[in-house]
Design a protein around this ligand. Structure first.
Ligand code: GRF
Length: 216
């Protein structure tokens, strides 16, 4: 049976679209059982509707605390026997309770080469620091913001003329290849999350897998 994904979004949902496309092209052997958004205006909800995927808004503004909002999310996720929770531009910090309930099942994509630039404005910070390389990272979610174990990365070379919008576009293009490909490796058990670390092809990895090298 295909593994089930819940994809959590807050905005445009271009990463969600890359999952929808990968599934329809058969390059991702999984099912999106549920799209959840904390924001009723997220364009990603339209993408889910167009693809006929169950979608739901759970607005954090309707809840008194982070914990009660997270409980509502967890309840919905549990109804669908989800295998992996895919954060794709989900702009809420999850509480420790939520994270522990779904330990090693929550993935996030972050637009920088972590551990560089956790948080916001990653492209601006990479440009201002005149970094030679920038990119995107997929990691497991733990209690540290953008700090969980790294699974995979994709790099691009920056050049001095690049502006923020250009870099964002280039990074997102990489994200759309990397994220579904990594999740496909996970659902096929080529990547395994074990108590002592992350394994790829039965070997424990000591650095993130790279797009173009190990992946695709
Ligand atoms: C992506 O760039 C991702 O790295 C970050 O938020 C952005 C989401 O974009 N976490 P989209 O909503 O998938 O278009």
């Amino acid at each position: 049976m295909k593994k089930k994904l819940a994809i959590l979004i807050s905005g445009s949902g271009s990463n969600l679209q890359s999952f929808i496309d990968a599934i329809s092209e058969n390059s991702l052997q999984a099912e999106i059982a549920l799209v959840l958004s904390n924001n009723a205006d997220a364009y990603g909800l339209e993408r889910a509707k167009l693809a006929g995927i169950k979608n739901l808004v759970i607005s954090h503004t309707d809840y008194e605390s982070r914990e009660s909002f997270d409980e509502a999310l967890a309840e919905e996720i549990k109804k669908h026997s989800i295998d992996f929770i895919i954060l794709a531009g989900f702009m809420r910090i999850l509480s420790p309770d939520f994270i522990n309930q779904f330990k090693d099942k929550i993935l996030n994509i972050h637009p920088s080469l972590l551990p560089k630039y956790p948080g916001l404005h990653t492209h601006r910070r990479a440009i201002e620091n005149a970094d030679e390389y920038h990119g995107t990272s997929i990691h497991l979610v733990n209690e540290e913001l953008d700090g969980g174990p790294l699974i995979a990365q994709a790099h691009l070379k920056l050049n001095v003329q690049n502006d923020e919008a250009e870099v964002m576009k280039a990074v997102q293009k990489l994200e759309h290849q990397l994220y579904p490909a990594v999740v496909n490796l996970l659902v096929q058990d080529k990547i395994r999350i074990k108590a002592d670390g992350i394994y790829y092809d039965n070997k424990k990895i000591d650095k993130p897998l790279l797009l173009g090298k190990e992946i695709i």
